[in-house]
Design a protein around this ligand. Structure first.
Ligand SMILES: [Fe+2]
Ligand SMILES: [Fe+2]
Length: 360
């Protein structure tokens, strides 16, 4: 062992020694006890009264305190209460010391936060046994608390990892669906950002806006289940083809359901209801007005707005003014009128999103 390692080992051993603080206004009373305890590898410190003890503890925390009850200024009970009220010192075990002829109130001692008591004159072996018992208990409690903190951190970390994976899978699904009928897949990015912006204009809280942002990209995931000859057909769909096309709402819901996460439940709800219309003429259920989930009423405006501005197999992009006329003319027919009003109010931001994520 080289000199440094030997020094480190000595330092570690010194660090691991338990510190006891003995508090008595007549330190002479403790002289014999102090020498006795020092034989057992404790670091022993002495305080003259309650105030002195509190001051010493604020500088360096002992592992255990032996505390006299009858003292001038503040007595042992009050000192113990102060220690227990302070989160920094509340876990230090306190053993009361009382003289046999004192009228020591045991119940008051436990109520003040003491863990045990011993009576003077001391039987040294008894003091040692009680000190060791409470030090062991204290260290076990600390170990359990450390393990709990470690486990809580692990759970938090795993939850974050799972959330990140879930979000990634969800975004990938949204893009996969969009790639089938849209070259760039940017439609889902634009419409989800617009939907989150509109949700903000509606004064929804940050969590709700983020939920819309993350859950809405999968609104058309059900298109995975629509055959190419219908999904990619240039021009108008025949009525039977149209009925197949409409099933993308319920297919999407089926793909996304079966998981308890709020994100997937919301995504499934949006997938199912994003083609419902304010006047009840939408699908799959023909829901009307407020019966349509708010989140889907928000998504619906942003989805249609972006789809009309984009090139699709069956249509050329529309001019912005024509799209805005369409949205406004359908306020209270296809769309929630209050949301159309808010959409107009935050149009500048929405157009900025359109530009930022424009197709190449
Ligand atoms: Fe759709
Ligand atoms: Fe869409």
């Amino acid at each position: 062992m080289n000199k440094d390692t030997a020094l480190d080992a000595t330092f570690d051993a010194e660090e691991k020694r338990n510190t006891l603080l003995l508090v008595d206004d007549i330190p002479a009373n403790l002289k014999v006890l102090v020498s006795y305890l020092q034989n057992f590898n404790f670091k022993v410190r002495i305080a003259q009264d309650g105030e002195d003890a509190l001051q010493q503890v604020s500088y360096a925390k002992p592992d255990l305190i032996l505390l006299d009850v009858m003292m001038p200024k503040i007595d042992g009970f009050e000192t113990c209460r102060c220690l227990k009220q302070n989160p920094e010192t509340q876990n230090i075990p306190v053993i009361f010391m009382s003289a046999l002829n004192d009228t020591f109130d045991k119940v008051a001692g436990f109520e003040a936060g003491g863990v045990d008591y011993i009576t003077k004159p001391f039987q040294h072996e008894e003091v040692l046994a009680r000190v060791n018992t409470h030090l062991t208990l204290k260290h076990l409690r600390e170990q359990v608390a450390e393990q709990n903190t470690f486990l809580e951190q692990r759970v938090k970390q795993r939850t974050q990892e799972l959330d990140a994976i879930r979000l990634h899978v969800i975004r990938s699904l949204g893009r996969a669906a969009e790639y089938r009928d849209n070259e760039t897949g940017r439609h889902v990015i634009r419409m989800s950002k617009c939907a989150a912006r509109l949700a903000k204009a509606l004064d929804l809280d940050d969590d709700a806006c983020e939920m819309i942002l993350n859950a809405s990209p999968m609104h058309d995931v059900g298109k995975i289940g629509i055959p190419d000859h219908i999904l990619l057909k240039p021009g108008k769909l025949e009525p039977d083809e149209w009925s197949v096309m409409k099933t993308h709402a319920t297919i999407g819901e089926e793909i996304l359901s079966g998981n308890d996460s709020e994100l997937l439940k919301t995504a499934a709800l949006i997938a199912r209801t994003h083609h419902e219309r304010w006047d009840g003429s939408g699908y799959p259920e023909g829901l009307k007005g407020d019966d349509i989930p708010l989140i889907s009423r928000i998504v619906s405006i942003c989805d249609v707005f972006d789809a009309l501005l984009s090139r699709r197999p069956y249509k050329e992009p529309w001019e912005l003014s024509t799209v805005l006329d369409y949205i406004n003319n359908n306020s209270g027919i296809l769309f929630d009128p209050h949301l159309v009003e808010l959409f107009n109010q935050c149009l500048d931001d929405i157009l900025e999103i359109q530009q930022q994520y424009a197709d190449d």
